[in-house]
Design a protein around this ligand. Structure first.
Ligand code: FAD
Length: 394
């Protein structure tokens, strides 16, 4: 009889661990516990088609609920794990029950970062991480017109695009001097700044927030330059923090993410972790990284399933990511941090181009705009010395 595998977190990574275990022939009991009331679902459409109302919740599901039954995966939704007793290999659930494990997988994801601003708890101040958040935002869209988005990262900008297409008045306030600064180069930031401004978004760069104003509900946002923007809905989109507290409280090593090795193993050999909640050493990049992407959730989960089944794995991925805003698809392959040169090919005016990032003459990353062919090829050739015919025309 194989040991019971319990997975905490019924998101992209947790569901993938369970599925890959079964696909790999694991026959022991699998329990997949999540604190949301839904079957495991994908989050990317939350700030895109789901927010726009183009798909319903079923369109987000990774697998139909019957899949878990047929695969003999015990799906336990709406249930929060509150502590891990590593000595007894036992979990405590919020409802008071306990659950024993042989091997445990933490796939607890992240939560939206909050900011302690005056007025942060007023009605109409929201964050976006799950289906419940989007349901709430959509109900506010029915009544409100003036949206202020705090944070010009990819989630903030995707929401800005959808809200503009729904006819809302949208302002984005970004503390940095350019949008998406953490992930893209100035050329791409400038392209998106122009795009959003053309679409009617009011973008405040290099600008902080002093307070969210209002009596019970939001009425405005006071900026660091003294200006107040009228608002009846404020989205705080300033990044995410890993859900690593459960691991930390159980004495596992964590540092802005649960620390795992290439096999996805934590500092306890019976406990693994996968997805947004992890931090791992990348030999490819020579440093520890924490990724928030579907690619990482899926591939690291597969690696964890393999190691639970006794196979040798050394997870060291080539990261990739995408963002959809209006008619524009951004696809990122590799991490561009540390580049010393760029090559731009294609046409910025028709929104079909790519930026190749080089370090010491080698290709380290490519940002593709409406150019899926260059993205797919980039994923194959990153690491090679740059030459002009390495990537197809944008
Ligand atoms: P999650 O999907 O967050 O799943 C973790 C689950 O664990 C959650 O359901 C959580 O509630 C649950 N949980 C946490 N603690 C407990 C507990 N104690 N007990 C029980 N359950 C618990 N990535 C891309 O690559 N491209 C995109 O375009 C993109 N767009 C995105 C848009 C939005 C709005 C968001 C929020 C994310 C987006 N991402 C995108 C990121 C991507 O969705 C994540 O990287 C991915 O969901 C990570 O999967 P995960 O399983 O690690 O975490």
């Amino acid at each position: 009889m194989q040991e019971t595998v319990v997975v905490i977190g019924g998101g992209q990574a947790g569901a993938q661990v369970a599925q890959s275990l079964r696909q790999g022939g694991f026959e022991g009991p699998i329990r997949l516990i999540g604190d949301e009331p839904h079957p495991p679902y994908q989050r990317p459409p939350l700030s895109k088609k789901f927010l726009a109302g183009e798909i319903g919740p079923e369109g987000l599901w990774l697998r139909p609920p019957a899949f878990y039954t047929t695969q003999n995966i015990d799906l336990i939704p709406d249930t929060r794990v509150v502590s891990i007793d590593r000595g007894a290999k036992r979990l405590k659930l919020e409802n008071g029950d306990t659950l024993d494990y042989g091997r445990l997988v933490l796939a607890t994801g992240t939560q939206a970062r909050r900011i302690a601003l005056p007025g942060h708890d007023l009605d109409g101040v929201v964050t976006l991480r799950g289906i419940a958040d989007v349901d709430h935002i959509r109900s506010l869209f029915d009544r409100h017109q003036k949206l202020v988005i705090v944070g010009g990262g990819y989630i903030g900008l995707e929401v800005a695009a959808v809200a503009r297409e729904l006819g809302k008045d949208v302002s984005v306030v970004e503390a940095q001097d350019r949008v998406m600064k953490r992930v893209v180069s100035p050329i791409i930031s400038e392209f998106y700044t122009d795009l959003h401004r053309e679409k009617g978004v009011v973008l405040h760069l290099d600008t902080g927030i002093e307070a969210i104003e209002g009596r019970d509900a939001v009425e405005g946002v006071r900026l660091s330059n003294g200006e107040t923007i009228p608002a009846d809905l404020v989205l705080i989109a300033v990044g995410a923090v890993p859900n690593d507290h459960l691991a930390e409280e159980a004495g596992l090593d964590a540092d802005d993410g649960i620390l795992v090795d290439g096999a996805g193993q934590t500092s306890d050999e019976s406990i693994y972790a996968a997805g947004d909640c992890t931090r791992f050493h990348s030999s490819r990049y020579g440093r520890s990284i924490r990724m928030e992407s579907v690619q990482n959730a899926i591939d690291q989960a597969k690696a964890v399933a393999q190691s639970i089944m006794g196979q040798e794995v050394d997870y060291d991925p080539l990261p990739w990511f995408w963002s959809d805003q209006y008619h524009v698809k951004l696809q990122i392959a590799g991490l561009s941090e540390g580049y010393d040169d760029t090559v731009v090919a294609g046409d910025l005016k028709t929104a079909k181009f790519y930026v190749a990032y080089l370090r010491d003459g080698n290709l380290i990353a490519v940002d593709s705009i409406n150019s899926p062919r260059s993205h797919m090829m980039a994923r194959r050739v990153i690491g090679e010395p740059w030459r002009p015919d390495l990537l197809p025309d944008a």
